[in-house]
Structures are given as structure tokens and as C-alpha cells.
Design a protein around this ligand. Structure first.
Ligand SMILES: [Zn+2]
Length: 279
């Protein structure tokens, strides 16, 4: 199995929303805000070459919406999905599987592109993976989460016939080297791929732990639908990761790709930080 980081660029989100109940006097030291209180976040995806499959985990915000939409998110940085794939010798047509942790626009927006007046899959040879509960949750959204589930990112996947669902069973195998973990606090039935990479276990944290600054247990995003569930899930996963020295892959941290955890007097905190390519 070979692993590659796929950077798709940076965007900005409100710092207060990202840190929930944590006051700005504390979080601004972790990720300094601009004049509008916005902080920079990565949209960092993972490419897994596993046997004859080339699996892309999440795919960033994409480019199909109008300027009016993107104006809110201040996209910046040089990397794009295509340039990052090309850096490792791949093209989007090589992707066999697109694994969507969940259907928020900053995770699945790259799934669909505009071709003339049609919306079509950006990965024409790939199967797209979601699960029944999350699909239903995203296509019949509640009013609080509705702005994150954009129809144009989601419905054309199903219309293309390239959508498949993963069975919702904890630790279900996706390949011999990849198991799926399910969490329900950020949104319903988000999926975290857990990889066995030689002797190392790597957990793709998606929005259970967007950045290294979110490691202290109460640092839960205001975007989360069920913050107390997130709290319990974070406790369980971070303890398991610290006990077993997992590598955590961070999708949104602007600087840090991967970290390990250590147990301190204050609780679980970040240990070593490094790039995926250094594992
Ligand atoms: Zn999300």
C-alpha cells in the first residue's frame, strides 16, 4: 500500500464557529484570525494505492459554484486536486474509488464538475462511497445543517449510477488494509477510514478532529450537530489512539498533516507532528 497527501488548497472559516465554546483570547493563539475573524484551514485529502485500487478519501470544495458562493470562503493556495494528483503521477481518471467521509461541501465538492450545462462526476471511472444513513441525512437536511449539504454536490453522484453504500457496521473492512469507523456527533454517520500501513495504524480524522488545536476534549466545533456525542467520541478515539500510538491524519489543520498523541497531566495532547511522507 502506498499513501499520498492530496492538497486541494485552503479556505477560511469563522474562528469562533470552529472552536465552539472556546473564547477567542485562547483560540487566536492556535490559529490567528484575520480582520473578519476568519481563520485559514486546509482541505487535505488522502490518496491510497492499495493493490489495483486507487482510493481518494474526500476531494475538497471543487469549483462548480458561482463566485457569490466562493466569496464566503476565501479560497487560496497554489495546490489543486489535479496538480496534487499529477505531482504523484496520477490523473483523476485513474481513481477507482472516491470515499466520502461525509457530504459537507468542503469534503465532497470536488466529486462533481460542470460540463456545459450538465453536472457530472469528476471521476468518471470511480465508484463513490457513502452510507445509507448519512445519504438520507444529507439529502433531507435539517435547517441548521442545510447550508453545508449542497444538492449540486450530492444528487448528481446518485444520478450517475456510480454511487454505492457501505454497510454500517463498526470496523467493517473496505479493503484488507482499511477498516471503517463510524461517528455521529459532527453529522450523522460520518466515516473515518482506519489504515493498517505496515506496523503503523493511521486514522483519517475528518471532522472528528479537524486540527491539532482541537485535541483538548471541550474544543468542539459549533458546526457539530450533536456536540455531546462528539465529546464522547473524541474521548474514546483519542484514548485509543494515544494507547496504541496511532498516527492521526488531519484534514483541516493549516500546517500539520499528521500527529501522534501523548498522555499528559492535563489530559491527552499532541505528540510528534510530521508529514505523511515521513512515516
Ligand atoms: Zn463537516
Amino acid at each position: 500500500m502506498k499513501l499520498y497527501t492530496i492538497d486541494t488548497g485552503f479556505f477560511k472559516l469563522d474562528g469562533g464557529a470552529m472552536y465552539g465554546v472556546v473564547p477567542k483570547s485562547i483560540w487566536q493563539k492556535l490559529n490567528p484570525a484575520d480582520d473578519n475573524n476568519m481563520c485559514t484551514w486546509a482541505m487535505r485529502c488522502l490518496l491510497i494505492e492499495d493493490g489495483n485500487r486507487l482510493i481518494l478519501v474526500d476531494n475538497g470544495i471543487g469549483n462548480k459554484q458561482e463566485e457569490k458562493f466562493f466569496r464566503h470562503y476565501y479560497l487560496h493556495g497554489d495546490a489543486t486536486l489535479d496538480s496534487s494528483l499529477a505531482k504523484h503521477g496520477f490523473h483523476r481518471d485513474d481513481i477507482t474509488d472516491v470515499f466520502l467521509t461525509h457530504l459537507h461541501f468542503d469534503h465532497c465538492g470536488g466529486s462533481i464538475i460542470r460540463e456545459g450545462d450538465k453536472l457530472v462526476p469528476a471521476f468518471r471511472n470511480a465508484t463513490f462511497w457513502s452510507n445509507p444513513d448519512h445519504w438520507k441525512w444529507a439529502t433531507q437536511p435539517n435547517e441548521r445543517e442545510k447550508a453545508s449539504f449542497l444538492k449540486e454536490n450530492i444528487l448528481p453522484i446518485q444520478e450517475s449510477g456510480q454511487l454505492k453504500f457501505i454497510e454500517q457496521r463498526e470496523n467493517i473492512s473496505f479493503t484488507n488494509n482499511i477498516q471503517i469507523r463510524f461517528v455521529h456527533g459532527h453529522t450523522d454517520a460520518m466515516m473515518l477510514p482506519q489504515l493498517q500501513y505496515g506496523d503503523t495504524t493511521i486514522l483519517y480524522m475528518a471532522d472528528l478532529l479537524p486540527s491539532i488545536g482541537h485535541i483538548p476534549i471541550p474544543y468542539v466545533m459549533a458546526y457539530d450537530m450533536f456536540p455531546l456525542t462528539t465529546l464522547q467520541e473524541k474521548k474514546r478515539f483519542l484514548q485509543e489512539a494515544a494507547d496504541n500510538q496511532y498516527v492521526l491524519f488531519l484534514e483541516h489543520d493549516p500546517l500539520v498533516e499528521c500527529c501522534k498523541l501523548q498522555i499528559t497531566e492535563k489530559g491527552i495532547r499532541a505528540g510528534d507532528t510530521f508529514k505523511l511522507s515521513e512515516i
